[in-house]
Structures are given as C-alpha cells and as structure tokens.
Design a protein. Structure first.
Length: 319
C-alpha cells in the first residue's frame, strides 16, 4: 500500500501562541504528549534549527529508536523536524485566532518513505495502512494533550487511557448538501447496516427520540455480538442555523456514538465520534481482547470504519 503524503490534524487552543509555543518547542517533553514517541533526547543545550534528537518510539510492546533534526524553527509560528531513518517530516504550525491559537500537526513524506522503514512497518507494526491510521489517531491525541496543558497547566487531566480500555475516536467529512438533507440520511438508523462495516442490524423500538431504545447486531470477521441502544440526543436541524446532533449509548460496552452536523459555506460538516468510559467492565475488556483483536487494534479498525461510514453517507447525499 502506498504511503500517504500527508497526515494532518488541527485543534483550537484557548491560549496565546507564545504559551503554546513554549510547550511545543520543549522537545524533551514530547513523550508527555505523543502516544508513539515515548521520549526525545535533545543533543545540545537548546532547541534551534539544526538541533538533533534521539527518540524512542513505541507501539504496543514494540520499541524502536530514531534520529531527528530540526529543519524549521520559527518561534511562535512553526517547528519541524525530519526523521533521518524514514525521511518523513513532522511539523507544528501555529496561527493566532480571535480566541487563542490554532495548531496544526502534520506528517509529510515529500521524498517518500524509506524502503527499510516500510519493511519494518509491514512486518512489525501491522502494515502501512493500519500504521498510518494509528498515526492520525496519535496526532489527534497529541494535540488534545497539548491543548489541556496550555489551557490549564495546573490541573491537566491525563487523557491517555489504559491500553486495556477504550480511547475516544473522532472523524469528519464535508458534504455538499444542506444540514436538512444530511440529517435525513444520518437519522435513518435502519440504513446503518449498509454504511457501517461493523453494524449488521440496528433496529429501534418505535420512532427515534431521546430515551428510545433499540437492539443491534455487530460483526467483525467471524465474530458476532449483540448490543442494545438508547438514544441520548436527538436534535434535528433548526431554522436558526444551530447544530444538529444525534447520539446513542450502547450497552454493555458503555460507549456513546454521536453525529454532529455543522453548517458550512459549501454545505455541511459531519463529525462522527465515539466516546468511551475510562473504566470498561471485565466483559468489555475480555470481548475486546479475545473477540476483537485487542482494544488498540479494534480502535484502528473502528476509525477506518467511521471514515467508511461517513464516505457512504456523503456519496448517498451528494448523488
């Protein structure tokens, strides 16, 4: 599978660029933010253009070292470093906003990824596609942690969950249609089985509204399992242009799945999100481990499935 040339995520932080820059440019703390980079050792007394680092990376029980060199250092604007082993460039770009700072983290492969790195990824890290989905997920987690530190450093909550638990997942798509048209498709829960690769059946007991319950049958390869659903939010598009949203709690996994619709200049932005409780039950842990290939692997599959679901909704609405 070819490497993605760009993996990128952004976040809005309610703090000035100077405060955010102080966090990002302190590369010794990268292990606090990144789920994959466990530590960065800075070679030299300060971080500047040309500074080199030695990094220890990890995924599951696998650990591997890399070397990096800072290639862009523009205070309060941009920091980028190149990984010498695989030729990729990681960057953080800061832009002031009315409420603080917009931070964009990206991984680019302008010269492609080295053959030895791809060989390692394919044989040790689960394959290029799976690994790059994990990278996108890790970028999102990194930005969330930087945001928490910048906005409330004295009371930062550790957002990383135990590997046996379940992590929040989120993905979005822009659809060239009105919120009303998109809502008509998203709120058709019976159609979920043809959009989601994991949902085989979704049936509600009556008209959808807050408090209404239903049953689901889910599948992963040869493993099938039932769940129940209770709608927790049901807000169709309003005439005043407010956001539409629907959400449902799933038992026994104790997760909430939601869809939020935001009007844009060209149509509607749809965000699908899965939020989990931090302490899943023993049944959930055992199911994730033995039936779903482990919580981490299943999360990677879920995120890919969420992208597939939104792509299906987009195709249906726009056609």
């Amino acid at each position: 599978m070819p490497n993605k040339q760009l993996i990128e995520r952004s976040i809005e932080i309610a703090a000035p660029p100077a405060a955010v820059w102080a966090i990002i440019s302190d590369l010794k703390r990268m292990g606090e933010w990144s789920p994959q980079c466990r530590s960065m050792v800075v070679l030299g007394s300060e971080v500047k253009q040309g500074t080199r680092t030695i990094n220890i990376n990890g995924q599951g029980r696998v650990r591997w070292p890399t070397n990096a060199q800072v290639v862009v250092f523009e205070p309060e604007r941009k920091l980028a470093f190149r990984i010498l082993e695989n030729r990729t460039v990681w960057s953080y770009e800061l832009a002031p906003t009315a409420n603080g700072t917009r931070v964009t983290e990206s991984r680019r492969a302008p010269d492609g990824v080295s053959k030895i790195s791809n060989l390692f990824t394919e044989n040790v890290l689960g394959g290029t596609g799976t690994f790059e989905v994990t990278l996108g997920k890790g970028i999102r987690r990194t930005l969330e942690r930087i945001k928490a530190e910048a906005e409330n450093p004295s009371a930062r909550q550790e957002t990383r969950l135990d590997m046996a638990g379940l992590q929040p997942l989120e993905t979005s798509v822009d659809i060239a249609a009105t919120p009303e048209e998109v809502w008509s498709a998203v709120s058709d829960l019976k159609a979920m089985k043809r959009r989601s690769p994991e949902v085989a059946v979704m049936r509600m007991f009556g008209a959808p509204e807050v408090g209404q319950r239903g049953i689901n049958l889910n599948k992963r390869k040869g493993f099938w399992w039932p769940t129940t659903t209770r709608i927790t939010r049901w807000k169709p598009p309003s005439l005043d242009g407010g956001r539409a949203a629907m959400a449902f709690h799933v038992f026994p996994t104790d997760v909430e799945w939601s869809y939020e619709l935001e009007p844009t200049a060209s149509g509607t932005k749809v965000t699908e999100r899965r939020t989990a409780l931090p302490d899943p039950s023993l049944v959930v842990r055992l199911t994730a481990r033995w039936g779903l290939g482990g919580a981490d692997n299943h999360d990677v599959e879920l995120l890919a499935g969420m992208d597939q679901t939104l792509a299906a909704i987009k195709a249906e609405v726009e056609s």
